[in-house]
Design a protein around this ligand. Structure first.
Ligand code: 13P
Length: 249
């Protein structure tokens, strides 16, 4: 059985003190989750939040890592540094990174490799923009994203990757993909994994849905056979809502 997961992506929200308060609240509420729970925090929160969550089932992720191993890259944070905080996961390829920081397939492939080399599990994001969906090009878009940045991995490494389908038109817009749209795309993504790595790997691959997933619609989305959980933005910033979503999985 593949891992079911609910992951929160705090993005560029919460000061350190606010982040500590939210993580503390989550630690108190999330005792025996039925799924893997992850929170992705800004870099500066990582070490503190990992320490705070000792003894809790909640895992910690970075939202990004550098595309170089180390050296003269002022302002960057390497995968090794992320791993040294005790974080387990690293989001890579979020559409906001692709869009605002021009992260292309090659850069993201390097980040995936560096994350894996440093023992981090990538949560790799894929998804089409509105114009691509309107032109019915969503399948070719996600296929190219997978081929460009993760399908070079060997089976052992690919098994450590969590995929997150995040249609860009649904992120932060309140426009959620319908459960049918999500299921259709997740089944397609799983078929691509099967073609590349075989049925057993495809069956074991965790594929999350992200994009305006909230306390109200999570259960309906998670009820689909190929939707293994969610990558939650806005709704992960409130302990109540995030806990409700975890319990929906
Ligand atoms: P929202 O849940 O705010 O739409 O964000 C989704 C997302 O981008 C998670 O990575």
């Amino acid at each position: 059985m593949r891992t079911k997961m609910v992951a929160g992506n705090w993005k560029m929200n919460k000061t350190l003190q606010e982040g500590v308060a939210l993580a503390t609240e989550l630690k108190e509420r999330v005792m025996n989750p039925k799924c893997e729970v992850v929170i992705a925090t800004p870099f500066i929160h990582l070490a503190t939040v990992v320490e705070l969550l000792k003894g809790s089932p909640i895992h910690v992720a970075a939202e990004n890592c550098a595309d170089h191993a180390l050296g003269a890259y002022t302002g960057e944070v390497s995968a090794a540094m992320v791993a040294s905080t005790g974080a387990d996961y690293c989001i890579i390829g979020h559409s906001e990174r692709r869009q605002y920081y021009a992260e292309n397939y090659d850069i993201l492939r390097t980040k995936v490799d560096l994350a894996l080399e440093n023992g981090l599990r990538p949560i790799f994001c894929i998804g089409e923009v509105k114009e691509e969906r309107e032109a019915n090009r969503q399948n070719e878009v996600v296929k190219a994203q997978l081929e460009g940045s993760v399908f070079h991995l060997n089976e052992e490494n690919f098994r450590r990757v969590v995929l997150a389908y995040e249609p860009v038109w649904a992120i932060g817009t309140g426009l959620t993909a319908t459960p049918e749209q999500a299921q259709e795309m997740h089944a397609y993504i799983r078929s691509l994994v099967e073609k590349k790595y075989g049925k057993a790997v495809a069956e074991d691959t965790t594929i999350l849905y992200g994009g305006s997933c909230n306390a109200k619609n999570a259960a309906e989305l998670f009820a689909n056979a190929d939707v293994d959980g969610g990558l939650i933005g806005g709704a992960s910033l409130k302990a109540d809502d995030f806990t409700t979503i975890i319990n929906a999985r």
